[in-house]
Write a protein that binds this ligand. Structure first.
Ligand SMILES: [Zn+2]
Length: 82
């Protein structure tokens, strides 16, 4: 029965994506947060997962901005040629 309360890295790695998707229960989140405080490996993995999710949304915005910038650069080029 002691084994059931033992929270291992595999549990954390499984819980991280569920937490990021807000699918984890409050008990799961609590256990995960406690594990992250004690385990640098899983903490790094959590940071990488949350960062990639964050930058995933940032990339979409950056791509839109880049696309808009390309259009204005092309306009300048066309204006210069004409
Ligand atoms: Zn761990």
């Amino acid at each position: 029965m002691d084994k059931a309360s033992e929270y291992v890295c595999a549990d954390a790695r499984e819980a991280i994506p569920r937490w990021l998707c807000e699918e984890a229960s409050s008990e799961e989140v609590h256990a995960l947060q406690q594990h992250l405080r004690e385990c640098p490996d899983c903490h790094a993995s959590f940071l990488a997962s949350s960062a990639s999710q964050f930058f995933g949304t940032q990339d979409a915005k950056r791509q839109a901005a880049h696309h808009a910038a390309r259009i204005s650069v092309d306009d300048v080029g066309v204006a210069r040629i004409a």
